[in-house]
Design a protein around this ligand. Structure first.
Ligand SMILES: *[C@@H]1O[C@H](CO)[C@@H](O)[C@H](O)[C@H]1NC(C)=O
Ligand SMILES: *[C@@H]1O[C@H](CO)[C@@H](O)[C@H](O)[C@H]1NC(C)=O
Ligand SMILES: *[C@@H]1O[C@H](CO)[C@@H](O)[C@H](O)[C@H]1NC(C)=O
Ligand SMILES: *[C@@H]1O[C@H](CO)[C@@H](O)[C@H](O)[C@H]1NC(C)=O
Ligand SMILES: *[C@@H]1O[C@H](CO)[C@@H](O)[C@H](O)[C@H]1NC(C)=O
Ligand SMILES: *[C@@H]1O[C@H](CO)[C@@H](O)[C@H](O)[C@H]1NC(C)=O
Ligand SMILES: *[C@@H]1O[C@H](CO)[C@@H](O)[C@H](O)[C@H]1NC(C)=O
Length: 527
């Protein structure tokens, strides 16, 4: 893809409410010289740049105006990069804000699928690249110097920059097209999913519809808890991959039927209680290292603790473990090098401990004791609950203004357990009048066998985006969410309803299942 530029890039300084200083305005639908009036916000536009891009991507080329800007919050000394793509032809009247992943606030690669379909779409770096000087995924942006958090960037990451990007984008869209936006949406997964929940809570008027999958909510707890399996292995043994693979297969076969049907999927992980000791003594044929390895009590203990989840030295529950049936490769990955097996931590969790908790670029995270892990966990919760916590959810304003929120969360998510999402949802239901009331604006679909943001062996939600836009624009309630692989289909049920096999029919077909109430008693006709 080599974008050709019709006019030279127009770069310049735009202060709030002032005209850009450039006379060179391209004939409509051109790209440049745009005056973007913004008032009542806490940021200032430092610079803007407009570049037309034609025939983007070779397959189905599309043309757009690439509007980029650097924003700053006076007093914060931040440089927040924001990029908005405006279709030059065929704009569908809609805007989609996109979110990030891990410790990154957003990606340009999120935009093409939307812009190709006629949406205006934007992402932001939230200032985390420090004006394009660092890779934000390391989390190094979280401190200004050792021992000092960068509170401005943490606030940007939490919720401020998605909002600012949306304010900026809506103003630019109005200036560019001269007509009002029909619908405003948000799309994100993982950290992006978490950002969607934060938008609903903090800025309920920003979006009509929010798709927020596999959300990294409960960040103060999840981030250190995702490091737990590495701590366990550092204090015991790092099993080779073949041991994990053997356990995963054994867990899936043992628990497959507990949800009422043998279909290769663990659809109710909370009913799955696999005895990890039962494999001790079994010999596994491994390739890396190339040897026959006998499963030991230490191996079994690593698996048990990974499934159990982070636990304090005094035995208290800290956070949920991996769902049985989810691959171990995300949080309990290992690699065989130079004759020994060593843990490969989930990098975002490791960086969280180093930069957010220890606030030390040289933190020795690989050798944490259980006591040190306890301290890190409690410190994470105490430092970040105010800004990034979700223990006390309330989406009343979002509901009242008619917003709609859809989430799917894979039951085989190797990075973020679905139990944190159902915990949030249960708390919200308690606060907002029960499941039926919450279902009027927010639906959560748990997806058996599905990984983080998709993938995995289970049927993946086929088109959650269409479910969201149909709900927002046509009032079509997503009673179920269709999911499939090439051979297996399911109509996923809105939590707390559950998928149940009807007792006859092809286990690969959605039509052989229906939705039942959470206690399994009440048949809800699949709708
Ligand atoms: C768009 O790009 C593709 C691949 O580079 C090229 O084959 C096609 O001719 C281009 N279309 C236009 C209208 O320029
Ligand atoms: C959009 O503009 C920004 C700023 O100039 C640039 O970094 C980015 O690569 C552009 N994107 C495309 C697809 O041209
Ligand atoms: C960001 O970096 C660019 C390129 O080095 C520089 O010209 C610009 O002044 C910087 N902007 C801010 C706000 O720091
Ligand atoms: C787990 O399996 C081990 C070994 O087979 C057995 O000794 C133990 O009693 C089992 N534990 C439970 C709770 O069933
Ligand atoms: C282990 O795998 C190798 C290579 O596939 C095979 O030759 C060997 O017989 C296997 N051993 C066992 C005990 O299954
Ligand atoms: C493996 O050993 C080689 C040679 O000693 C060394 O250069 C390399 O860093 C080691 N790799 C790891 C991952 O320890
Ligand atoms: C899943 O179903 C959708 C809609 O029916 C279809 O377009 C898609 O190709 C299917 N996906 C797979 C992997 O078969």
């Amino acid at each position: 893809m080599i974008p050709k530029t019709m006019c030279g890039a127009v770069t310049g300084l735009a202060l709030l409410g002032t005209e850009l200083a450039h006379g060179h305005v391209i004939s409509q639908p051109g790209c440049g010289g745009l005056h973007i009036p913004i008032s009542h916000s806490d940021f200032r536009i430092v610079s803007t740049k407009f570049t037309p891009v034609f025939n983007y991507t070779s397959v189905t080329g599309f043309d757009f105006c690439n509007v980029s800007a650097i924003l700053t919050h006076p007093g914060s000394n931040d440089a927040v990069y924001t990029e908005l793509w405006l279709p030059l032809t065929g704009w569908n009247g809609r805007f989609v804000a996109t979110g990030g992943g891990g410790l990154v606030a957003g990606f340009e690669s999120s935009l093409p699928p939307f812009v190709k379909e006629g949406y205006a779409s934007a992402y932001t770096d939230a200032g985390l690249t420090l004006n394009n000087t660092i890779d934000p995924s390391t989390g190094a942006w979280a401190i200004t110097s050792p021992g000092h958090l960068n509170n401005a960037l943490i606030e940007n990451f939490a919720y401020r920059s998605i909002h600012d990007m949306t304010v900026f984008s809506k103003a630019a869209i109005k200036a560019f097209y001269g007509s009002t936006l029909k619908y405003s949406y948000y799309s994100g997964c993982s950290t992006g999913g978490r950002m969607g929940y934060f938008a609903a809570k903090h800025y309920p008027d920003d979006f009509d519809g929010i798709l927020a999958n596999s959300p990294a909510i409960n960040t103060p707890q999840v981030s250190p808890a995702d490091f737990w399996p590495s701590v366990v292995m550092a204090n015991s043994v790092a099993p080779p991959q073949c041991i994990f693979d053997t356990y995963l297969d054994a867990i899936i076969s043992f628990c497959d039927a507990t949800d009422g049907v043998v279909d290769g999927l663990v659809s109710e992980p909370s009913l799955c209680h696999f005895n990890t000791s039962s494999l001790i003594g079994q010999t596994v044929n491994c390739s890396s290292p190339d040897a026959e390895i006998q499963i030991t009590a230490e191996h079994a203990d690593v698996i048990a603790k990974t499934l159990q989840g982070a636990t304090s030295t005094t035995g208290e529950f800290l956070w949920y473990g991996l769902a049985p049936g989810a691959p171990f490769t995300g949080l309990a990955d290992t690699v065989y090098v130079n004759g020994s097996v060593i843990p490969v931590p989930f990098s975002s969790a490791q960086f969280w401990i180093g930069y957010f908790v220890d606030q030390d670029p040289n933190a020795q995270t690989a050798t944490l004791t259980y006591e040190e892990f306890d301290t890190a966990f409690y410190r994470s919760v105490s430092l970040f609950t105010d800004i990034l916590g979700t223990d006390n959810p309330d989406l009343t304003s979002f509901r009242n203004k008619g917003g709609k929120l859809i989430t799917f969360h894979g039951l085989a998510d190797p990075l973020i357990t679905h139990w944190g999402t159902t915990r949030y949802r249960d708390r919200l239901q308690n606060k907002m009048g029960g499941a039926a009331e919450v279902n009027t604006f927010y639906r959560l679909f748990l997806a058996p066998g599905v990984g983080h943001c998709g993938g995995g062996t289970g049927p993946n939600p086929a088109d959650p985006w269409a479910a969201l836009t149909d709900w927002v624009e046509h009032g079509v309630v997503p009673h179920t969410l269709h999911a499939n692989t090439s051979t297996v289909s399911r109509n996923l049920c809105p939590y707390p309803e559950k998928l149940q096999y009807k007792g006859r029919g092809d286990v690969n077909l959605a039509s052989s299942f229906h939705c039942v109430a959470s206690d399994g008693s009440k048949y809800k006709s699949g709708s």
